[in-house]
Structures are given as structure tokens and as C-alpha cells.
Write a protein of this length. Sequence first.
Length: 89
Amino acid sequence: DGNWTEIKEFTKFYDLEFRKAKMARVRKMMTDKEIKGVALQFSNNVTFDLIGINRAARTEDTAEARKYFDELKIDIKAFLDLESKVVLE
């Protein structure tokens, strides 16, 4: 709480290593267009969550950072829940 430099670094790392590397790779492996579209929306949501966290960190707004962090957790969980809908061929 309050280590704003580390929070800003977290958002950069998570965007590169999780959203761009992991979520994008999984999305490209999906064959169902509807599920792929839903996965893209969750990926976009994660982008906006990370932007919100980073913006809150720059202004040292704890309440706003927590709000976006809670949304980030929900969006990541929803993305991971897509696994049960993916059919491997």
C-alpha cells in the first residue's frame, strides 16, 4: 500500500508478460470465433484495468487503484473461466 513506483512497474510487467504474452497467445489458439471475441474483450478489459491502476498510482489515489485492481481480478478470472468452454480438436 502506497509503494507507487512498484505499482507502476507491476502494471508495465503485467501488460507485457501476462496480457500481451499469455492472453494473446491463448486467444490465438482458440478456434471458436464467439469465444475468441469474448477473450478479446477480456484482454481489452485488462488493458483498461492496468491503465486505471497506473493512472491512480501516478496521482497516488489508493481508492482508485484498489477499484481498478478489483476489476482486474474479475476480468482475469473471467478470462480463465473461458478454459471450460474451449474445445480442443
